[in-house]
Design a protein around this ligand. Sequence first.
Ligand SMILES: [Zn+2]
Length: 326
Amino acid sequence: MKTAVEVLEAFGNIRRAQHAGVYAPHKPLLILLALGRVQRNESRMVEFSAVDDPLKQMLAEFGPSNSAKSRHYPFWHLATDGHGSIWNLSGPREILSRSAGATPSLGELREHHIAAGFPADVDEALRSIPGLVQAVATQVLETYFPATLQGDIATAAGLDLERETEVGEAVSPTVGYGNSKRRRRDPDFRDRVLRAYEYRCCVCGFDLRIGHMPAGLEAAHIQWHHVGGPDIEPNGLSLCALHHKLFDLGVFTVEPAEHRIIFSQHAISGGRGMEGELQFHGNPIHAPQHSDLRPAAEFLAWNTKNVFKTPARQVMSVGSKRPGLR
Ligand SMILES: [Zn+2]
């Protein structure tokens, strides 16, 4: 059986998608789903067909546009991470003996009843060391997802993070949370971004204070911090708690030319329609107080590519031929 430290280290070394600038949450979401199964005392190995639906739903909600189409990739490729130290496959030999690059199709995974799960020594540690499931889940959530989404993703994976966590606390100074790969956040980032936007949400203008303190107002990273987004004003937006969450879910983004708010075609505002959330579609953001503080095109491009749920709603341009985002 592996120790808690060995398990945390193994999950701290998941290989990310190859090409630069591409954000792929597939592997972490699959790991979280599998951790949820361990926590509910379900079997170690699970057939692809049993995790297909939940994985599809989680990628549709928390992943970039169209990422659900490649939901079978992590099920296959995670087995080569760390030379098989975090994920094992089982199934007919003729499928398993394929080269790692020859990913079976969705249909093949189902048809041949390919199953996968944590290796036995990892599984045993997760089931017998109190708090280890939560510690690994927290490490994965904090490495890959912004704070606004971590709770929702844990819930979607069926994870209960509120249970005892003494292991996580005991080992965190050396691994996991203290992992050298995680960059420290600049504690001034929030203050600088909120000041740049004069302490209001740049989408809806929300500016409530409790006494002198802004309430419900947050500094959002346009390119997420844990995937390399810097703590500088051109990578920040001052947003109310609701708009921060919607922004991180890819419901809207900001286009780089005129800094207009662009909603996704997937965002449907029920009966309230254009009187509700969609009233902000096509509006420019409330600009920061100095042009040097405006959102930078490179970070907006990252957000549009990796977070925003394309396609964009159409923008009616007034006196301009400039099209909206495609
Ligand atoms: Zn707002």
